[in-house]
Ligand binder design. Structure first.
Ligand code: SIN
Length: 240
């Protein structure tokens, strides 16, 4: 029998982002909704709320720059990055503070057959060294993982480009110098404007996105206007 969750999952796999407007969820309700999609996982570097460690509070208070102001897919430096991330908006600026998304299935489809062939045989090293530097931790101890450069979605079979400027360091078996030019091309290609969409936040929005086939970027264009968002993540498969 199909449940409402199955119906939502079908929409989720098709559209990659679901937006539920005008929610008034307690933290427990947010956690319960998240847990219906799978096992909630903690972030290895951001501490969660004391009472709810799976929930991270993202707040720009006192910060000149959003730490997530870079194109990334969440936690690709883990062997099994989350399949989805949810954000719930508690406080939003009057203007700005969008989350931008870039569709990596479209990015893959629009590459030439020759380039797809080259990339299909490659794996890349992803690392949290950059994040470690931001948090004043030792980048040499930051988590690292290797993943295919072209990833196959475990539910739909759709293929997507799977590299990001924030975390992908080099191709496996290639030096950083050798990897740099091709990675630079892919980073630029992956966020072409025609692959992008934006979430323009309203208070009470609950947004979930498919971390297997999207990149995202927190746009910090709202200066000191408060933006407070709760975030959780659901465990994913090892990419293949
Ligand atoms: C994130 O990068 O996980 C958060 C994005 C945002 O704050 O818009």
């Amino acid at each position: 029998m199909h449940t409402r969750l199955d119906a939502l999952d079908t929409l989720f796999c098709r559209y990659k982002v679901l937006v539920f407007r005008n929610q008034s969820l307690s933290t427990e309700e947010l956690l319960r909704f998240g847990a219906r999609w799978g096992t909630l996982i903690r972030h290895p570097m951001h501490a969660g709320l004391e009472a709810f460690p799976e929930i991270i509070e993202l707040s720009n208070r006192g910060k000149a720059k959003d730490v997530n102001q870079h194109w990334h897919s969440d936690m690709t430096y883990n062997a099994a990055p989350p399949k989805l991330t949810m954000l719930y908006a508690l406080e939003v600026p009057e203007v700005g503070g969008d989350t931008a998304f870039a569709n990596q299935a479209l990015a893959f489809e629009s590459l030439s057959e020759g380039m797809r062939g080259v990339l299909s045989g490659l794996q890349a090293v992803h690392s949290a060294a950059g994040l470690a530097r931001i948090y004043g931790e030792d980048p040499n101890k930051a988590p690292r993982a290797e993943h295919p450069v072209i990833r196959t979605h475990d539910q739909t079979g759709e293929r997507a480009l799977f590299v990001c400027r924030a975390f992908t360091e080099r191709f496996v078996g290639w030096t950083r110098e050798e990897s740099g030019p091709l990675l630079e091309y892919l980073w630029q290609h992956s966020v072409r404007p025609e692959f992008q969409g934006r979430q323009q936040w309203q208070r009470g929005d609950l947004v979930m996105w498919d971390n297997r086939s999207l990149l995202h970027f927190a746009v910090h264009d709202h200066a000191d206007e408060p933006r407070v968002i709760h975030r959780l993540q659901v465990e994913g498969e090892t990419p293949h």
